[in-house]
Design a binder for this molecule. Structure first.
Ligand code: MV4
Length: 503
């Protein structure tokens, strides 16, 4: 096992990796930009190094600097987190060339999955179901017209180098195909420096369901079930859950086997995710993400398997000690992304200093956060401040637990997506599990007209909590003195208010 690893990331995922390292008895080295001097991942690490100015291109994306720091401080491996350098094959190769271990897949696997047409073609050869369409990029608009005619409209043009929805064009009829082909090519060129596009049958309103994988270098490739990720806005996921409300055990097994076949086709090692579209019992490979994902905690909560610890252990050469049959799923987990965005104003990024933070706790609640009071939330990095994750026996209990936790949460200093999440938790189609990738287009959740009871109740509850907090000292003194220690009357914060801690 490693003695020391470098965490090449920031925010909640850097903290998450540091925690996993510490639980394995490994020292964790943080890196930080000038904007992150006060960031919690810096304090949590055993050592921390300043790597450059705030812009990512001059700090968290500096492959050369990160590798040099790792060598200088004696780290044996680098964990990339997600985003930044996590899926850059040349970085992985450079890490290896420096005699260090990259905690993640091989550069070959990342390259194979990064090119969407190459990946699609490999998946077809591996017997993995993909949406009907072309195996390779289209030569010209004439070919696009011919193929679209064969597949039948509507079709979807996609960038070969793409992902994340850039360079995508829905085409509903023959009269639009040439213009759309040019537009998609131009967008792909601008976004990826490559104008190649391919074509697929367009599915209207499928679900976005993904399968978590874990693979070692000893031939074990296991799936850990699915995550339902349909609730997204402009390709940014907002709410994820496990399991999906709709999959049968048989469908779970079939999708899991498909994902394992996909990973095996590229000799995958580490944690990875196969993204699928799911509609009426049919599922199709979309792409594979060759990193730990933001939403990995919901899988951890229902399987009891620590994905980040296993990333580190398999990178150190350990074999997975469990079989597919030994992996089970218990209860239901939901994650809400707490972003610094104003849901009442088209999710406009919100900036400011975190003035106060009250983090929910209690049964079945997990907080993976990257903020503390005093930190400045700017525009240099991703607006995701934290993830609130809950686990409960059933889906409805998880939803109600999430409502409870969202009402306990207070983030003062920036606007957050919390009011949006509260609204979704009360929305009947969400509660019924009737969701797809168009959910936010078809549900008016935050206009003035939609301002119903749930958000008013949330605002009232927040105000009451605030009021209670103000008067807490006097109340707790009375209650704590008249009830036994640890008894119902003396909750943790009340005891803290009495000064029982730290004396
Ligand atoms: C699709 C699709 C419908 N039909 N492919 C969007 C991002 C990219 N990685 C794949 N995407 C889609 N591909 C076919 N043939 C709809 C989407 C899509 C989507 C997929 C997953 C999650 C959110 C989405 C939002 C809009 C469109």
């Amino acid at each position: 096992m490693f003695n020391k690893i470098l965490v090449a990331n920031r925010g909640e995922i850097a903290l998450r990796v540091i925690r996993a390292a510490h639980e394995l008895g490994i020292k964790a080295v943080a890196v930080y930009s000038e904007a992150d001097r006060l960031a919690p991942h810096v304090l949590a690490a055993d050592e921390a190094y300043l790597i450059g100015p705030a812009p990512s291109a001059q700090s968290y994306l500096r492959a050369d600097v990160l590798i040099e720091v790792a060598k200088q401080c004696g780290a044996e491996a680098i964990h990339p987190g997600y985003g930044f350098l996590s899926e850059r094959a040349p970085f992985i190769q450079a890490v290896r060339d420096a005699g260090l271990v990259f905690i993640g897949p091989s550069p070959e696997a990342v390259t194979a999955m990064g090119d969407k047409t190459a990946a699609r073609s490999r998946m077809i050869d591996a017997g993995v179901p993909v949406v009907p369409g072309t195996k390779e990029a289209l030569a010209d608009a004439a070919e696009a017209r011919r193929v679209a005619g064969e597949i039948g409209y509507p079709v979807l043009l996609k960038a070969a180098a793409g992902g994340g929805g850039k360079g995508m064009r829905v085409v509903r009829g023959e009269d639009e195909i040439e213009r759309a082909f040019d537009a998609a090519g131009n967008e792909a060129q601008a976004a990826f420096g490559d104008r190649a596009v391919y074509i697929e049958k367009y599915l209207e309103g499928p679900r976005h369901i993904e399968i978590q994988l874990l693979a070692d270098r000893h031939g074990n490739t296991l799936h850990l079930g699915e995550r339902e990720c349909s609730i997204q806005r402009r390709h940014q996921k907002l709410i994820e859950e496990a399991p999906s409300a709709v999959l049968t055990p048989e469908e779970r097994q079939a999708m899991g086997q498909m994902a394992v076949a996909a990973a095996r086709a590229v000799n995958y090692e580490g944690a990875g995710t196969v993204e699928c579209l799911y509609q009426n019992g049919a599922f199709y490979f979309l792409e594979m993400n060759t990193r730990i994902q933001v939403e990995h905690p919901v899988t951890e909560l229902v399987t009891g398997i620590d994905l980040v610890q296993w990333q580190i252990r398999v990178a150190a050469g350990e074999a997975l000690p469990f079989t597919q049959e030994q992996i089970g799923w218990e209860g239901h987990a939901i994650e809400c992304r707490i972003t610094s965005e104003d849901p009442y104003n088209s999710f406009l990024p919100s900036t400011g200093r975190i003035r106060n933070l009250v983090v929910p706790t209690g049964p079945g609640v997990r907080w993976d956060g990257g903020i503390v009071p005093g930190v400045e939330v700017g525009l240099f990095y991703d607006p995701m401040l934290a993830k609130l994750i809950v686990h409960a026996p059933t889906r409805i209990e998880a939803i109600d637990r999430m409502k409870r936790a969202l009402l306990e949460l207070r983030v003062e200093g920036v606007d957050t997506a919390v009011p949006f999440h509260l609204r979704v938790m009360d929305e009947p189609d969400f509660r019924a599990g009737t969701i797809d990738i168009k959910y936010l287009d078809t549900h008016d959740l935050l206009s003035a007209e939609a301002d119903d009871a749930s958000v008013r109740v949330a605002a009232l509850a927040a105000a009451l909590l605030e009021e209670e907090r103000r008067t807490q000292r006097g109340v707790s003194r009375v209650q704590a003195s008249s009830s036994p220690a640890g008894g119902f009357g003396g909750s943790a914060w009340k005891r803290a208010g009495m000064g029982w801690r730290g004396r």
